[in-house]
Design a protein around this ligand. Structure first.
Ligand code: MN
Length: 348
């Protein structure tokens, strides 16, 4: 019988378990980290990774070094709940706690500069990456990587790992977190494309994930949503098939990515939305329906660009900071249009 996508994925995850178990068993302690400005997928995956360490009776520490004022209320709320059961520390605490035989597990991230440990990876004896984003030149150097090609989110991988380890959480909220994590990367559950994602979502519901709580986590703040919608008011179709909006409005990262999600509702193949962040850099968020690889567009636009076929992003810094925000927005828009006209977007 022909193996389905879900069978192949579950097999790949299961095969990885021996190395995960071995590395956890052979270290003094485990540190867990995800990308800066964590989302539901990161936090849920950190919680699940802690459950795996606990099952192996190994001390584990989740490193979250973000300034809470940059995070949404719901993400802070989820972190607070994770803190009830696991140890969450900052980078300074890590420096006090580290030994020469530590394992680092990164979840929902593989690019080195996207975590608070950037520049410190050599301090770990071993590193394991569990992620769903494409690798790039800036992927953390390690042999031990679980980065399946077809999977929707890190929470989906963690769900299958928990199952395979036969780990049950006594607290159903962790299943709710994982479901929310899957929703983050699947257009709030409206756009599930893979069999494995259906399996994970329905498995989590059966285990007690609370659908209405997930919906509450995703309900929008009115003022914040207006800022996303305002970005779309200035969007224009470029090359007929890509919607582009570049604005000098100050927005949060979440508002910019939400606008690029929205823009895919229009008749287009892809969307690119950029706006200014509070620190003065421009965040560029790109989405695709699958004919164009937005990861390629983002890495052509900017060294730190990355993501996958469907979702990608980068941060654009201006060397000359003495130009007006409006000029910056115009320059960035020209750069994006230049990249779009290279004509090499269909290569993956
Ligand atoms: Mn993710």
């Amino acid at each position: 019988m022909k193996k389905t996508q879900a069978d192949i994925l579950k097999q790949e995850i299961n095969d990885f378990r021996s190395i995960l178990t071995e590395k956890i068993t052979n270290c003094n302690q485990v540190f867990l980290i995800s990308h800066n400005i964590p989302d539901f997928d990161s936090i849920a995956s950190l919680g699940a990774a802690s459950l795996i360490c606990k099952k192996h009776k190994k001390a584990s520490y989740i490193i979250i070094n973000d300034d809470y004022k940059d995070l949404s209320e719901e993400v802070i709320d989820m972190i607070e709940k994770v803190k009830e059961k696991f140890i969450v520390i900052t980078l300074d605490d890590y420096k006090q706690t580290r030994t020469d035989n530590d394992l680092l597990i990164t979840v929902d991230v593989n690019q080195g500069f996207r975590t608070a440990l950037d520049g410190k990876y050599k301090l770990f004896k071993d590193i394991i990456i569990i992620d769903h984003h494409n690798e790039s030149d800036s992927t953390i150097k390690t042999k031990n990587k679980l980065i399946p090609k077809t999977v929707s989110s890190c929470s989906e991988i963690m769900y299958f790992l928990l199952n395979q380890y036969k780990i049950k959480s006594s607290d159903p909220r962790y299943y709710t977190f994982l479901l929310a994590g899957i929703y983050v990367d699947n257009d709030q559950g409206k756009n599930i494309k893979l069999q494995s994602t259906y399996d994970a979502a329905s498995g989590l519901s059966k285990k007690g994930a609370d659908q209405s709580e997930v919906e509450r986590l995703f309900s929008l703040d009115y003022a914040s949503d207006r800022r996303s919608q305002n970005l779309l008011d200035v969007a224009l179709p470029v090359n007929i098939n890509v919607m582009v909006s570049v604005s000098s409005d100050v927005c949060s990262e979440e508002e910019i990515s939400r606008a690029s999600d929205y823009a895919l509702n229009y008749k287009c193949d892809a969307s690119i939305v950029a706006a200014k962040l509070e620190d003065g850099t421009f965040k560029v968020s790109a989405r695709s329906k699958g004919h164009i690889s937005v990861a390629n567009i983002m890495s052509a636009l900017c060294e730190n660009g990355g993501g996958d076929m469907f979702k990608a992003a980068c941060k654009y810094k201006f060397v000359d900071d003495n130009i007006s925000d409006l000029d910056k927005a115009n320059i960035l828009k020209e750069e994006i249009i230049k990249v779009l006209s290279y004509g090499k977007l269909n290569k993956n």
